[in-house]
Each structure stands twice: as C-alpha cells, then as structure tokens.
Design a binder for this molecule. Structure first.
Ligand code: SF4
Length: 298
C-alpha cells in the first residue's frame, strides 16, 4: 500500500518541553515522590514511560481534586495549564511545583487576564471536561462563559459592555468558525482572539491538503487527545475522506483499507514518533484487501 507520510505531524514544542521538564524533575528528585497532576500530555505511552521511573499519575475530574491527593514532594503541572487556584493551593501545601504549561496556553491565560482587567466579558470556545478550559476558566470565574455549540451561543446572556471571544488551543479553525460567526451575528461588537496554536493549525492544514490525494487517512493518537480527534474531524469534513484514529498499530482494521491504494498517515501533537513509525511500516506492508479477505479477518 502506498503511504503518504503527512508533515508536520507528531510532537509539538509544548509536548517536547513538558516531557523534558518532567524527565528533569524525575532525575533531580530521584527517590522522592514526584506526581504528575493529570496526564502530562494525552498519551498513555508517554505516561507509562514515566510510571516506569516512579512518577505517580493522579487523574481526577478536576486538577483541584487531583491536588488534594498530593501531600508531599514535587508536583508537575501539565502542558494544558491549571487555574490560579490550583497553583495557589499547591504552594500553600508546601509542594515543590514544576510548571510544564505550554507557552501557547499561558498566552491564552494572559489574554483572559488582560481582557477581564479591561472590563471585558469573555466567551471561551472549548470542550467541557478538558483540562485546558478548566485552567483558563479559572482565571476569571463569573466573567468568562464556556461555549461548545451554536445552541450555547443562542443561550448566552453576557450583559451590556465589552465582549471578546477566544478559543481552546487545540480546536480547529473550521469548527470554531461557525460559532464565531453566530456570535458576531448576535453581538456585532464582539472582539475575536483566535488562540488555536500554530502547531495545531499546521498539522490540521497539512492533513486536509494531503488527504485530498489519498483514499483514507490514519491519525495516530490517543482518544483522550483533543488535537488528534480534531484531526480526524477536519479530514472527514473538509477533505471528505474517511479517517480513523488509532492508538497503536494493533488498532488497524483490514476493512478500513478496502478499495484503498493511497493512505495518508499523520499523528497528534502528543504521539510518540515510534508509534507512528510502526503504523507507517504496517500500512506499507499491507496489500489492498479484497472484500472477502477483509470480512474474514475483521
Ligand atoms: S498542541 Fe499547541 S497548545 Fe497544546 S501543547 Fe502543543 S503547542 Fe502547546
């Protein structure tokens, strides 16, 4: 099977820096408790690597709840960022805090702080339950509204005064567009601050362009990873090609390849290179399955 290796793909600068920060913390505090507050990046394989060197992971519905389980040692804040309340609490508990928040996420926190200080009400387009919105919303409780859909925009009552909209870094420009358009229609004075990071935009654009010359696209990434899921969506919605998310090579299904001659492979910003290489090698060795063969093995 012909494979189009889509570039750029894989680790972004935020993930590289977060992994480096955690490796350093684990080495400097060997033999002492080192805790990752939630998944450092949304990839199980990266998490396992750190479990092997004794780093403990605490995952809870919120970062504040996770923090309550940390009583000593070093706590590493993840690339997704945390609310000011989490940082205050960690310091108050006497923990050694290593902040691995991505610089692009910190920029959104700074933006929200500036807007709120300047009397804006802020609308934030993001996914409920994801740690990044949790951290950003914590910058201005009561002054920032999370929206996920057009219905959320229709239900908004932000009051009089200045209004701004910003976004989670790992969404797609295409799925935020319809929400921003609806906001502009309802609130013509709204100021738009697109905070989707360059790494996410470049990977999405490359995937959409390459997918147009492919029969199907495989995205290597965890189902917990927002940017990997968005990659599948943009390929399906904008390039009109089927796309499948796989965590490892063992998730590949022969029936996906029926009638395929050219398959694009890309990966999320938190996917280790080795996993993507394995998927590329497996797809390259694959022969296009016939309907009978795909059914027999699937
Ligand atoms: S996807 Fe973007 S915001 Fe998230 S860690 Fe990578 S560079 Fe930072």
């Amino acid at each position: 099977m012909e494979v189009v290796k889509i570039r750029p793909r894989g680790y972004c600068h935020g993930v590289v820096e977060a992994i480096r920060a955690l490796r350093l913390a684990a080495a400097e505090h060997q033999g002492e408790p080192v805790t990752m507050l939630g998944y450092l990046v949304h990839n199980e394989h990266v998490t396992r690597e750190f479990a092997d060197v004794g780093v403990r992971l605490i995952d809870a519905p919120s970062r504040l709840e996770a923090l309550e389980e940390v009583t000593e040692g070093t706590v590493v804040l993840t690339a997704h960022g945390v609310s000011p309340e989490v940082k205050r609490r960690a310091i108050a508990k006497g923990l050694n805090v290593v902040d691995a928040t991505c610089s692009d996420v910190l920029r959104t926190h700074d933006l929200v702080q500036r807007l709120v200080a300047d009397d804006y009400t802020v609308v934030y387009i993001g996914r409920a339950g994801h740690p990044e919105p949790e951290g950003v919303l914590g910058e201005a409780p009561g002054r920032i509204h999370l929206v996920q859909s057009l219905e959320d925009v229709d239900a908004l009552e932000p009051g009089e005064g200045k209004l701004a909209v910003t976004t989670q870094t790992t969404l797609s420009i295409w799925d935020t567009k319809s929400i921003i358009d609806r906001l502009r229609a309802r609130f013509p004075h709204v100021e738009v601050h697109n905070e989707i990071c360059n790494a996410t935009q470049e990977r999405q654009q490359a995937a959409v362009e390459a997918a147009r010359d492919c029969d199907m696209v495989i995205v290597v990434g965890s189902s917990r990873s927002s940017n990997s899921q968005r990659m599948v969506e943009v390929v399906e919605q904008l390039a009109h090609r089927p796309a499948h998310l796989v965590d490892t090579v063992s998730d590949l299904r022969p029936e996906w390849f029926l009638g395929c001659k050219r398959v694009g492979v890309t990966s999320g910003a938190s996917t280790p290179t080795g996993l993507t290489r394995e998927v590329i090698a497996a797809v390259e060795q694959m022969e296009a399955p016939t309907a009978a063969r795909a059914g027999a093995s699937g």
